[in-house]
Write a protein that binds this ligand. Structure first.
Ligand SMILES: [Zn+2]
Length: 482
């Protein structure tokens, strides 16, 4: 939308605002197939930056990329009982190929544990083959009935890591290494603070021993699960006969982990930083970190200004700053500002005749504040510092907002009151009973987001379950969630 239509404000209708900013920034569009989404170039560019960041981090931990098929024999899914039960309602199944009915239907992968571990069974023989650490960047299909752009779509893009280890301790350590990696990525790249913790049995991945997650709080105070890391134990190894000869000579089952984040993170980014003018992309993930808008009236001015803008453009690009020169003719600077603002570009440089004469540029920040004039001399360094501080400011602001919308030491009454008002993260004691957890979910729509890691736990340990009053076995974090 290149028109000057005002966006719905976040305060008026967060959900309408979310859809409008995505459309305005041209991140995605609805597809002819219900529940599916088209990721447009501006949205895909953010995903590519995310991929780049994550991929580098995975490789630091020795993970290699591979690719496994989209189609999985249906029988594979039934080999792990809990797994098939968890995914059966969401499966898309191919029954015909080449005009003929298939002997065995093929499932479009909802996740790839089964096909990957069927291959690991072939590739792993000895403890020397372990750990086996692989990741794939792929699409998956889960037949969702209620969909929302980026947050919940029938097909989405993600990465799924799958590893095999000699023992439980090694698998658990790797599960937690990835959890820490996800947290680092969320905070350092997305400027999105997260809490880490373990899922309850009701929320854990179908077929896993333990599921860990990173959880973020969006601006509407709903939680968003941003990534999960599972210790699968030996469940899949037993289902697919993934065995190895141990150092001691015995034949053992491997221990597996799997972990993933998806294009859902783009939605999380929008809902963490966007304002009433559109999205705000943290500099580390921006397609363009800097956009240059030349300002001129006469043809003569145009030539001078464009030449200067071109020089600045080249210099910034060669300094490794993702820069775009918006030299479109016949478009007023104001219209360009509006467009780049909606797309969330962190920094905008304006160059007019007076700036050229003075050897300066005018800098405007997407996060607001007064425009400032800077010399073109040493500009790359200036902009780097600006981007570093913007990246930090975005993280700090999001963390402050999350803490302002968190409540600790809840009782049933204060919890209900909290949800009635604005909601957010509610920390309290839990008896550990799944029945209690289910009752809360049914009555309030709030779920246990995680049993928080020590760093996030309250100083004062809760002693009773906030809902039923029985003895608490742990602290839990509740919220309504996406
Ligand atoms: Zn209870």
């Amino acid at each position: 939308m290149a028109d000057d239509k005002k966006l719905t404000t976040r305060a008026a209708d967060f959900s309408a605002w979310y859809n409008e900013v995505i459309m305005r920034a041209e991140l995605a569009d609805y597809s002819p197939v219900r529940g599916c989404m088209v990721i447009r170039p501006n949205g895909y560019a953010i995903w590519e930056q995310m991929q780049r960041g994550l991929d580098g981090m995975f490789k630091e931990h020795g993970v290699q990329n591979a690719y496994f098929p989209l189609l999985i024999p249906q029988s594979f899914l039934s080999k792990e009982a809990e797994h098939v039960e968890g995914f059966a309602p969401e499966l898309a199944v191919v029954t015909h190929g080449g005009g003929k009915e298939l002997e065995e239907p093929l499932v479009i992968r909802p996740t790839s544990e089964t096909i990957i571990y069927s291959m690991y069974a072939k590739w792993i023989q000895s403890y020397r083959d372990l750990p086996m650490l692989m990741n794939q960047w792929a699409n998956v299909v889960r037949w969702e009935m209620r969909t929302r752009l980026f947050l919940r779509t029938a097909e989405f893009l993600w990465q799924e890591g799958h590893t095999a280890h000699v023992d439980e301790a090694d698998a658990e350590a790797f599960t937690l290494t990835i959890l820490a990696t996800y947290r680092r990525f969320a905070e350092e790249y997305m400027a999105m603070p997260v809490i880490t913790g373990r899922k309850t049995d009701a929320e854990r991945f179908a077929g896993a021993l333990r599921t860990y997650c990173i959880e973020a709080l969006m601006q509407d105070n709903k939680a968003l699960q941003a990534g999960t890391s599972h210790n699968l134990g030996q469940n899949f190894a037993k289902a697919f006969q993934v065995t190895f000869q141990s150092q001691g000579g015995s034949l053992d089952y491997v221990w597996n982990t799997s972990w993933g984040v998806s294009t859902r993170l783009v939605g999380a980014l929008v809902m963490t930083h966007g304002d009433d003018n559109g999205i705000i992309t943290p500099p580390r993930l921006a397609q363009y970190q800097v956009v240059i808008v030349p300002i001129y009236k006469s043809d003569e001015e145009r030539a001078t200004v464009l030449a200067a803008a071109d020089l600045v453009h080249k210099e910034l690009k060669s300094a490794g700053i993702r820069t775009h020169l918006d030299a479109r003719d016949g478009m007023k600077p104001g219209a360009k500002y509006y467009e780049w603002e909606g797309r969330g570009v962190p920094l905008r440089l304006e160059i007019g005749p007076r700036d050229v004469a003075g050897g300066t540029v005018m800098l405007a920040r997407r996060t607001g504040g007064k425009k400032q004039s800077f010399p073109t001399e040493g500009l790359a360094r200036t902009l780097r510092l600006e981007m570093d501080s913007m990246q930090q400011e975005l993280l700090d602001a999001a963390r402050t907002r999350r803490e302002q919308n968190s409540i600790r030491g809840i009782t049933k009454a204060s919890f209900l009151d909290f949800l009635e008002r604005d909601g957010g993260f509610a920390y309290g004691g839990w008896c550990g009973d799944g029945k209690c957890e289910a009752d809360i979910k049914e009555q309030t729509k709030a779920t246990i987001r995680c049993l928080p890691d020590p760093e996030f736990q309250s100083e004062e340990k809760p002693t009773t379950c906030m809902w039923c009053g029985r003895l608490a076995i742990t602290e839990a974090v509740w919220a309504r969630a996406y």
